[in-house]
Design a protein around this ligand. Sequence first.
Ligand code: SF4
Ligand code: SF4
Length: 245
Amino acid sequence: MGLFTDHQPMFVEVETTTYCNRRCTYCPNSVFDRGLRANEVRMPEELFHKIVQDLGRNHFCHQFSPHNYGEPLADERMPHLLEMARREMPLARIALYTNGDFLTPELFERIDSSVDAFVITQHGEKMPPGVKRILDASGGTHPKIRYKTAQSIKLNASNRAGLIPMRVKRRKACGVVMNELHINAHGQLILCCEDFLARKVFGNMRDMTIEEAWSSEERMRVHRANVRGDFALDQCVTCGHGRIT
Ligand code: SF4
Ligand code: SF4
């Protein structure tokens, strides 16, 4: 058995688009222009396929999510990409994190069989109309849908590794992401979910397999040091991941 088969990542996040239609104040998209349509970067379909194929070959059975800081349902390829992910990773739990703005009952029906969980966060004042129609049709709740409002995000907000100006009380050590792989739309294997600007890149998935990404010595070295509270990277020193006062 190889390393990957014996010990898999608990979470793999793959961003297919950098574009988000919103600019929430608690998100780096409100501070930087990475998420603008004019600057959109999309992961090529072949690269997405390579990643999910790699994961499927390794019997990946934990959580996979097609997002980072872009809105996945703003990418019209998403139904097709989700089908591909489902086909290549039959054992994975596919969780779609979305702001719900583009979700309609028709789209929900189209992607339902590829997705195990929908985590929908309402960032505006009202529930997105398509989400309301879906929930109303199923009596107010749906077994696959977890619905949150921005209020809960704000309560647990992170300063996104120092990018958002907010007062945070941080952990003395960070082990929260050592069991995760985060890949942005450029194909870069980045430090963690907080690494909006890709300030720490371990490699590019165009040039490496998922096994190489997972066992990257540098990735392990950085995260093991963080577990000891021995932070060497600026973003880790200023990070308030998961904590705010
Ligand atoms: S919807 Fe999500 S990704 Fe988009 S700006 Fe708001 S928090 Fe950021
Ligand atoms: S401390 Fe570093 S590795 Fe941990 S979440 Fe923050 S930026 Fe990421």
